[in-house]
Design a protein around this ligand. Structure first.
Ligand code: ATP
Ligand code: MG
Length: 374
């Protein structure tokens, strides 16, 4: 997957921007608040169809009626022309692919991009929700079935929780729980089996990346942590059938506890993911550079997985990744991207983060415009 051209009109702080990208590395240089991240965001938006943190309308340049993102990209060597118009009034956003109007859900998955941003670092120290979300996204990208399995599981949890509250208020009989326990155990088993497999994969891929960037000095391992496991016997294996029975027994045994608390106290909706560098927990002992390296190693594993399922690498968007990495790690990262021929857009405030001679292009961005190109 490669993007050859970006054209922006009234997107964020860009009245107009017209760029021809390199197929390898594209560096966006500039002082703070000039628009570097905004350029990456335009591609991320085109890939996801939603803004990462903000509302669609915030993407439109202030006091303008609409923003336009236009990209020329190739997928499996076929060229496409994509145009997305984002209006601020009540008109709906329009997506044109090769001149034809398409619905968002038909467009998702056509343009694949993966973005690394500084917020990704919070994942390690935030609540388990962010880490579950990370796993869920990786799994959903690799297999759409996972997404529907997860939706089913979440719906069952909600229904079981409603029932638990009713039982607590004596509005329903505890006998009704059995049906939910059984269905929930089926759904939970599928989710856990897939997650454990994904973590096994990540243990290989992400560790390879961590070792590569850290010049073999760091080993990364990930552990899928079953919440409240200390209260039950650990599963003997992670096959779906075995897990179904295992979950079923546990749900049954926790009926009383769950009725008292009015919610389900066990299951993949509470599980977590732990990270260890050379055997030490990253959350507690990791340095800034190690956190960044691991976040990066995870992103690079994600794009490797996407390559395995889609046949080619997605576009890689690296926002502000160079600061806090030492010179050797920066070099290892760039070498990897060049060797693998991954088209990358990378922002930085200093040219000094990059080697004198680098294959690709450097765009200097100032006040919402391209100042000059090197
Ligand atoms: P840093 O190095 O600090 O990360 P950056 O070059 O990545 O800076 P961006 O986040 O791309 O900066 O651009 C930020 C600027 O874009 C903001 O300071 C804001 O003034 C401007 N901006 C954001 N949204 C809009 C909008 N809808 N219309 C006009 N300008 C906007
Ligand atoms: Mg930025």
């Amino acid at each position: 997957m490669k993007i050859s051209k970006i054209f922006l009109n009234d997107f964020r702080n860009f009245p107009e921007l017209d760029l021809n990208l390199s197929e390898t590395i594209n560096i966006f240089l500039g002082r703070n608040a000039q628009g570097k991240t905004n350029i990456l965001e335009s591609i991320n938006f085109a890939s996801l169809g939603t803004a990462r943190i903000s509302k669609d309308t915030e993407l439109v340049r202030w006091n303008q009626p609409a923003a336009l993102i236009r990209l020329n990209f190739s997928k499996a060597d076929v060229s496409h022309d994509l145009a997305i118009e984002i209006p601020t009034d009540r008109r709906r956003r329009r997506i044109l692919l090769d001149g034809n109007a398409v619905k968002l859900r038909d467009f998702i998955g056509k343009l694949n991009a993966v973005m690394f941003s500084p917020e990704d670092l919070f994942m390690f120290r935030n609540s388990p929700i962010t880490r579950r979300k990370f796993l869920n996204i990786i799994l959903a990208q690799a297999s759409p079935i996972y997404f529907s399995e997860l939706t089913t599981y979440n719906r069952l949890i909600e229904q079981r929780n409603n029932l638990l509250k009713k039982i607590r208020e004596k509005l329903a009989s505890p006998n009704n729980l059995e049906l939910w326990n059984e269905q929930l155990a089926d759904a939970a088993a599928k989710i856990t089996a897939r997650r454990v497999k994904a973590v096994e994969n990540l243990n290989v891929l992400a560790n390879e990346m961590q070792q590569e960037i850290s010049a073999q000095s760091e080993n990364l391992s990930l552990v899928y942590e079953i919440h409240n496991l200390n209260e039950v016997d650990a599963p003997q294996n992670f096959g779906v059938e075995y897990l179904q029975n295992w979950y079923h027994e546990i749900f049954k045994s926790r009926n009383f506890t769950d009725i008292k608390r009015g919610s389900t106290s066990f299951g993949p909706h509470l599980d977590d993911l732990q990270f260890f560098i050379n055997g030490k927990e990253l959350r507690l002992y990791g340095s800034q550079g190690q956190l960044r390296t691991t976040a990066l190693a995870l992103k690079l594993s994600e794009i490797k997985m996407l390559k395995n399922s889609a046949g080619e690498y997605p576009i890689l968007l690296l926002d502000d990744v160079m600061s806090e990495l030492d010179a050797e790690r920066r070099k290892k990262l760039l070498d990897f991207l060049l060797n693998q021929k991954i088209q990358t857009l990378i922002t930085a405030t200093e040219k000094a983060y990059f080697p004198e001679k680098i294959s690709g292009k450097i765009f200097n961005i100032e006040k919402g415009a391209l100042k000059f190109e090197e």
